[in-house]
Design a binder for this molecule. Structure first.
Ligand code: AMP
Length: 280
């Protein structure tokens, strides 16, 4: 099967206009540097027999830090090769100039869940994410779109936006893909050297250790994990928070049976890494 590549809105439209009316489109938005985490989303989309569109766009609107944007890894040629191998139907490389032309000034703002967790430390990050995702939905008009649980707050906010705006796009969340050490796959891992990777793998190893501990109060377990992570060499911790999966509320006590998740953001060698995991 052929993998087409679209680098402009016009070209994308041309590619999509050839589809049969009955053919459902599945969209997998990414920022590129394709890894096995992305591929799980793509495989699920293919399995459901959707016409699979993968977008690759490092969205400047979601970066609060210009340095972070500049150093974000990219490997376009290799990405195309991998996507071809995985029978993706269409790869869309939006151009910044087309997504945000001169004078662009309309952004989405979600007001209840965007300033907690990652949003507390990355001002306007989720506004940038929701804006680009909405634009992609309006341009590609997918039946379904695929997002990873690795970015759990992002998935939560996208589901919320789809509901609040009656977008009618089916949102499919995919569990986090990890390497053999448990480190959540991320394009940013490419920025780490061997020592950084060694430290980074301590994130999940420590989460696993504390998942079953019998703590009464969330604060105490959060503090305990913080200490353990520091002992393992992770000394630049942005946040560790236990929240309810369905509401993202921060409960005082750990009530078993309630689905709680632990959320973490750390910096390793200047690279920001996030992870989250169900608490047992
Ligand atoms: P990114 O290119 O990092 O913006 O990610 C694009 C999509 O892939 C998002 O929906 C991410 O949540 C998802 N994703 C990234 N890493 C992983 C992973 N390790 N496991 C599952 N999904 C992932």
């Amino acid at each position: 099967m052929q993998t087409n590549i679209a680098r402009s809105l016009l070209n994308l439209k041309k590619n999509l206009s050839n589809l049969k009316k009955s053919q459902k489109i599945g969209l997998v938005p990414t920022m590129g540097c394709i890894h096995n985490g992305h591929l799980e989303l793509i495989k699920k989309c293919k399995k459901l027999k959707y016409f699979t569109v993968v977008s690759i766009f490092v969205n400047p609107a979601q970066f609060n830090n210009q340095k972070d944007l500049k150093k974000y890894p990219s490997q376009e040629k290799k990405d195309i090769e991998i996507l071809k191998k995985n029978d993706v139907d269409l790869v869309f490389f939006p151009k910044t100039k087309q997504m945000y032309p001169l004078g662009y000034s309309t952004y989405i703002k979600e007001i209840n869940f965007s300033d907690i967790l990652c949003g507390k430390y990355r001002k306007n990050h989720f506004s940038g994410v929701l804006t680009i995702v909405l634009k992609l939905f309006l341009i590609v008009k997918p039946y379904a779109a695929f997002f990873g649980e690795k970015d759990f707050q992002q998935l939560f906010l996208i589901k919320k936006m789809v509901k609040d705006f009656n977008l009618g796009v089916k949102i499919i969340g995919i569990p986090t893909v990890r390497d053999s050490n448990g480190l959540a796959l991320s394009s940013r891992n490419k920025l780490l050297n061997a020592r950084g990777l060694e430290i980074a793998k301590q994130i999940y190893l420590n989460i696993k250790k504390i998942r079953n501990l019998d703590y009464k109060y969330t604060k105490d377990l959060e503090l305990y994990l913080k200490k353990e992570l520091k002992k393992s060499g992770l000394n630049n911790i942005e946040y560790i928070e236990i929240r309810e999966t369905n509401s993202l509320k921060h409960p005082k006590s750990i009530i078993r049976g309630k689905t709680l998740r632990i959320f973490i953001a750390v910096h390793v060698e200047g690279v920001r890494l996030i992870d989250n995991c169900k608490l047992n």
